[in-house]
Design a protein around this ligand. Structure first.
Ligand code: SAH
Length: 370
C-alpha cells in the first residue's frame, strides 16, 4: 500500500462509470470494470497482484500507470460505548476524521467530505479549523474502505456498516462531483451495496447544489436548520444570509418530488442553551416546517474548547421535543456518542493546514464577545 503522492492514477478515485470509461480507452472489455470495482470495494484488496481473475498482462500494464492509494491511518481509537474514530493522514499531510457509531439495529459511519470547512457555523468546531481543500473520491470512499476493512474484513459476514452519513468534516455540497462519485460507489451492488435510504448527505443548505444533487443521485437528505428564523439562523449558520430559510424550504420541497429515497428530509436542530431552545422557537419551527415531510432530529450541543455556547438542559430538550411531537411532527433526539474520544457531532477537527482566514475570524469573534 502506498501513501505518498505520486503521479499515477489512483484506481480508488473512480466510480464504476469512470472505471468503465478508463478501461474502454485502454481497449479492455466493460466487465473488467466490474471485476476491478469488486476487488477494490467488495473484497477490499489494495494490491493488483491479488486480483486473480485479471490476467497478469493486464495487471502489469495497469501497474505502469495506476495504483491503489489509501489515506494512512494515524489513529484508530475505540470509545467505551463502541464508537470508533479514525484519524487519517492524506498524502499532503492534512488529517481528517471518520467516526463509526454502532447501535442496536444499525451501524453508521460518519464520513468527511473536505479538509476543514469553508463555512463558519458558530457552534461547530470543524469551522474553527479553517479550510484547506476538497477531498478526492479516493479520500472519501477510502474512509469507508478503511472502516470496513477494520470492522468487517469478510465481505460475506453480516454487514457491520449499514448506514453512511456525510456528516463528518466539511460541507459535502461544496464538493459535489467527488461526493456524488463516492456515494455512487456506496450504493453500487458491486461495491458497498448500501441502500439509498441508508446513505444520507447532510448540508447547511447550499440551495443550487441541492437541486443538482437531486438530479444526479438518489440518496437521503438531512438539512442543518438549527434556527427557526432568519435573524437567528444568520448567526448560527451564516450561509443563511445567502440562502435564507424560505428559499431553503422551497428547495426541500423540490428535493422530495419524485424519488424513492425521498420520503422525508431530516431537519437537524442543535440545542443551544438560551439561544434557540425556547417554547417560542419550537412553535416557530412548527410553522416554518408546515407542509413539508420532515423528521426533526434534535442534537444536544457538543461543547468543545473555547466555544461560546452551552448545551440545553435535558428538561429543556424534552420540553422542546414535546411541543413538536404534540403538533404531530416526527421527532428524535440524537444520543450523544463517542464524546469521550472527541468523536461527537461538531467535535471533529482533524489537523487542517488552514488556507482560509477562518482561525483569524474566530479569534476576532472571541475578542469581540469577551
Ligand atoms: N456541513 C454539513 C455536514 C456537517 S454534519 C452540514 O452542515 O450539515 C454535522 C452535523 O452536526 C450538522 O448538523 C452540524 O450542524 C452539527 N453540529 C456541528 N457542530 C455541532 C456541535 N458542536 N454539537 C452538535 N452538533 C453539531
Amino acid at each position: 500500500m502506498s501513501h505518498a503522492g505520486t503521479d499515477k492514477i489512483n484506481l480508488l478515485d473512480m466510480s464504476t462509470d469512470k472505471m468503465k470509461a478508463f478501461l474502454q480507452q485502454r481497449g479492455e472489455k466493460p466487465f473488467r470494470a466490474t471485476q476491478l470495482i469488486k476487488w477494490l470495494h467488495q473484497y477490499l484488496v489494495d494490491d493488483l497482484d491479488q486480483m486473480t481473475n485479471i490476467s497478469k498482462a493486464m495487471r502489469a500494464s495497469l501497474a505502469e500507470i495506476a495504483e491503489i492509494r489509501l489515506p494512512e491511518v494515524v489513529l484508530d481509537k475505540a470509545s467505551a460505548d463502541g464508537t470508533h474514530k479514525w484519524v487519517l493522514r492524506l498524502a499532503d499531510g492534512n488529517c481528517i476524521e471518520t467516526v463509526y457509531i454502532p447501535e442496536a439495529d444499525r451501524g453508521t459511519l460518519c464520513v468527511s467530505s473536505q479538509v476543514g470547512c469553508a463555512l463558519a457555523c458558530t457552534f461547530c468546531s470543524t469551522a474553527r479549523q479553517g479550510f484547506n481543500r476538497n477531498l478526492t473520491v479516493s479520500e472519501i470512499i477510502g474512509q469507508l474502505w478503511i472502516a470496513r476493512k477494520t470492522l468487517q474484513p469478510d465481505p460475506n459476514a453480516n454487514r457491520v456498516i449499514s448506514n453512511v452519513v456525510m456528516m463528518g468534516m466539511g460541507e459535502p455540497l461544496l464538493n459535489l462531483d467527488n461526493v456524488i462519485d463516492a456515494m455512487s460507489l456506496m450504493l453500487d451492488d458491486n461495491a458497498y451495496g448500501l441502500s439509498k435510504r441508508r446513505v444520507t448527505l447532510s448540508t447547511s443548505g447550499i440551495i443550487p447544489a441541492m437541486d443538482r444533487l437531486r438530479e444526479r443521485i438518489d440518496v437521503s437528505l438531512a438539512v442543518s436548520l438549527h434556527g427557526s428564523n432568519d435573524a437567528l439562523r444568520d448567526v448560527l449558520v451564516p450561509i443563511n444570509q445567502k440562502y435564507p430559510i424560505k428559499e431553503l424550504i422551497a428547495a426541500c420541497h423540490r428535493f422530495l418530488e419524485g424519488k424513492a429515497a425521498r420520503e422525508h428530509i431530516t431537519m437537524e436542530y442543535v440545542m443551544l442553551d438560551g439561544v434557540n431552545d425556547s417554547d417560542e422557537h419550537a412553535h416557530e419551527l412548527i410553522h416554518v416546517l408546515k407542509g413539508l415531510s420532515v423528521k426533526v432530529n434534535l442534537i444536544p450541543f457538543n461543547p468543545f474548547p473555547e466555544t461560546l455556547y452551552k448545551r440545553s438542559s435535558n428538561n429543556r430538550i424534552h420540553r422542546f421535543y414535546e411541543i413538536l411531537a404534540n403538533a404531530g411532527m416526527i421527532v428524535t433526539t440524537r444520543k450523544t456518542r463517542g464524546d469521550d474520544i472527541d468523536a461527537a457531532c461538531g467535535q471533529l477537527a482533524g489537523e487542517v493546514q488552514d488556507r482560509s482566514r477562518r482561525k483569524i475570524h474566530f479569534a476576532r469573534l472571541e475578542q469581540e464577545t469577551a
